[in-house]
Ligand binder design. Structure first.
Ligand SMILES: Nc1ncnc2c1ncn2[C@@H]1O[C@H](COP(=O)(O)OP(=O)(O)OP(=O)(O)O)[C@@H](O)[C@H]1O
Ligand SMILES: [Mg+2]
Length: 359
């Protein structure tokens, strides 16, 4: 179970030096606008996922007056994770004191979910965002998925380079196609198996937050459902050459989220969208727990926006049942502290001008 026991944040945005000992369950981070609440959540997120949720470049999170930033966390069972990001020397990520080449093992220790104002993009954003959502789930339950995904991306890059050449090297193309077909088929099968387990859990969780009649969620694999990927690549070759890029494969997969015939994002209000997205993310964590007994860490930035107090309580109750560690930010602590059961261990942290006081 991933629980952060101690968290140090140095020179991340306006947080010059923070050290906290979070509670096992609910941690309320409150303070005025611009005090540093989102920055604290961002630091935790970066440690688990290797990227920020608001800046494309990690460098943007370094305090403008500093040359590097450090984030360090002690988890259960003596597991430690540390990240140093420097302007000049890139980043160093350590898990249990050992330098890591990729984020794969750290991410496994810290399954991280976030609900914030960007979460709407799961409904209205590009397919890439929904693939990322789906792959988060598959990654945490199928341990060979990350490798297959990485290799498939490499094949895709090579294949696309070939497609752009003046003279197509057909023997090289056949070699990449054969590997890409195998990997793409594996990725598709694992995604499909995941969605088949995910949907019943979502169907149970969603009505606890909102009733959405006629909601239909389905997985689209990225090529014709009646053909193999090898055949689909063959049939698409002419088009691929024209575009200079592969038009079919697991990189074109999507999750269709519709109400009747319309995209859910076109029909639902902002608050309803937030409830649907929250249910989808919570259902993922419920499934993760069911399959692996792993609970993960939840980051929730500014829950009150778009949600009335009744819905806030509904979300908090569902989150609470997950039993995971939660970091939730708000401007006014009164809006959030009443959303939890009285017996859940709650830490309260007041953020003011980049400094934190534990209550
Ligand atoms: N690279 C940086 N270096 C230093 N300060 C930064 C950097 N990037 C952003 N800031 C500042 O950090 C402060 C904290 O921002 P943050 O988004 O964490 O605030 P917040 O508490 O979440 O506010 P809000 O309630 O408005 O969401 C802001 O004043 C912001 O301008
Ligand atoms: Mg904020």
């Amino acid at each position: 179970m991933a629980t952060i026991r101690r968290l140090d944040v140095l020179r991340v945005r306006n947080l010059s030096e923070i050290q906290i000992r979070p509670a096992d369950r609910v941690n309320i981070i409150y303070g005025n606008n611009g005090s540093g609440k989102t920055s604290l959540l961002e630091a935790i997120y970066m440690l688990g996922l290797g990227r920020s949720f608001r800046s494309a470049k990690l460098e943007a999170v370094i305090d403008t007056k500093a040359d590097d930033c450090v984030i360090f966390a002690e988890l259960d069972a003596g597991v430690s994770v540390g990240l140093n990001k420097s302007r000049k020397q890139g980043h160093v990520l350590k898990l249990l004191g050992e330098r890591q080449k990729s984020w794969v093992d750290t991410a496994r220790h810290l399954p991280m979910q976030i609900i914030n104002s960007d979460s709407f993009s799961l409904l209205e954003g590009s397919p890439k965002i929904r693939r990322r959502f789906l792959d988060w789930g598959v990654f945490h339950v199928e341990h060979d998925f990350a490798l297959a995904w990485r290799k498939a991306n490499k094949c895709l890059t090579q294949r696309n380079l070939l497609l752009k050449q003046k003279r197509l090297d057909t023997s090289q193309l056949a070699a990449w196609d054969s590997e890409f077909s195998l990997l793409g088929t594996q990725i598709d099968e694992q995604r499909k198996a995941y969605i088949d387990k995910f949907l019943p859990i979502l169907n149970d969780a969603l009505p606890r937050l909102i009733e959405i009649p006629d909601l239909r969620i389905s997985y689209e694999r990225g090529w014709d459902s009646n053909t193999s990927l090898a055949q689909a690549l063959d049939s698409s070759l002419e088009r691929d050459i024209r575009y200079g890029a592969t038009q079919v494969g697991p990189h074109r997969a999507d999750i269709s989220i519709k109400i009747g015939r319309n995209a859910a994002a076109d029909v639902l209000s902002r608050g309803q969208q937030k409830l649907l997205v929250s249910a989808m993310k919570i259902a993922q964590s419920q499934l993760l727990y069911k399959l692996t007994e792993e609970k993960g860490v939840y980051l929730i930035d500014d829950l009150p926006s778009e949600l009335d107090s009744e819905n806030r309580i509904l979300i908090c109750r569902l989150l609470e049942e997950l039993g995971c560690q939660i970091f939730i930010s708000c401007v006014d602590i009164k809006e959030i502290e009443k959303c939890w059961s009285t017996d859940v261990s709650t830490g309260k942290f007041h953020v003011e001008h980049g400094k934190i006081t534990t209550l």
